[in-house]
Write a protein that binds this ligand. Structure first.
Ligand code: GLU
Length: 288
């Protein structure tokens, strides 16, 4: 059965871009006689607020969406993320990193003075400063006062290619079977952070575990996450989780062509509501 989800972070108001993503996922679920689930992505406890979470429920219900209870909340799943990190630690696939952003930027541009460092979906491709050459004298558990990075070369070592099914479109029109190589993962994406020091997890780790726990068959989300999907496929492979089908949709942009962000409060659904707009008007504004 088709199962999809909408996974907002309660760190600001939902805007037209969110309305589009949620309506699209919901409509696809209805069309396929499947399920539309909601998940609250609140791992960033320094930014998540209960008021925003309440506003999410209120705005989505106003738009006419329904979802089954209970609602999955990432803040209630921290132990699962921790247990998974322990497994990856035991398999020598993650290592502790204490580099600051500044250290990384400096090390990344050092080899070719003046050349721009490589940028992956998570920013500068990590130059490997803290990556251990040999695993010895490791504590039994990963430290909690450091970030934990995936050793990408080890993670992809026994694979020839990776792939996923795209039913929407990537930013360059990518569609259908998308394939990528271990080499690309190592050089273009690199050792990504799987647990931030302040969170004990990361978006990538949580999203992969949660999509599996919610038995999501089809992920519907914005094109900005197309490249990150490659990370998710590698993690699913490592953790023996099923690969959902992905449907990346185009992004709602403002009149200058800039994509809407959380801080674009001017497009907040709540403001349109306050102006007396109807859910149908919002639907007409965003749906093709
Ligand atoms: N919480 C993420 C966001 O708001 C969701 C990403 C996803 O759907 O995988 O962008």
């Amino acid at each position: 059965m088709f199962r999809t989800r909408f996974a907002p972070s309660p760190t600001g108001p939902l805007h037209l871009g969110h309305a589009y993503s949620a309506l699209l996922a919901h409509d696809m679920a209805v069309q396929q006689q499947g399920a539309f689930l909601l998940r609250i992505e609140d791992i960033d406890q320094s930014r998540a607020r209960p008021e925003w979470e309440d506003q999410i429920y209120d705005d989505l219900a106003w738009l006419g969406l329904t979802w089954p209870a209970p609602i999955m909340k990432q803040s209630e799943r921290l132990q699962i993320y921790k247990d998974t990190l322990q497994t990856l630690w035991d398999r020598n696939l993650i290592y502790a990193c204490r580099c600051s952003r500044k250290d990384i930027a400096a090390a990344a541009s050092a080899p070719q003075e003046g050349a721009d460092p490589l940028i992956g979906p998570d920013g500068v491709v990590y130059p490997g400063t803290c990556r251990p050459n040999a695993i010895k004298n490791r504590p039994d558990a990963p430290p909690t006062d450091a970030a934990l990075r995936l050793d990408m070369a080890r993670a992809v070592a026994s694979h020839e290619t990776f792939s996923f099914q795209e039913t929407g479109q990537g930013p360059q029109g990518e569609h259908g079977r998308i394939t990528f190589t271990p080499d690309q993962m190592v050089h273009e994406i690199g050792d990504i952070v799987l647990a931030r020091r302040d969170m004990g997890t990361s978006y990538h780790l949580s999203v992969v575990l949660d999509d599996a726990a919610q038995e999501i068959t089809d992920v519907v989300r914005g094109q900005d996450l197309f490249e990150a999907t490659k990370i998710h496929i590698v993690l699913q492979t490592l953790l023996n989780l099923p690969h959902p089908t992905y449907h990346h949709h185009d992004l709602i942009r403002d009149e200058h062509g800039k994509r809407l962000a959380k801080r674009d409060d001017a497009r907040a659904i709540s403001l349109y509501r306050a102006e007396g707009r109807s859910p149908k008007e919002i639907r007409n504004m965003v749906m093709p």
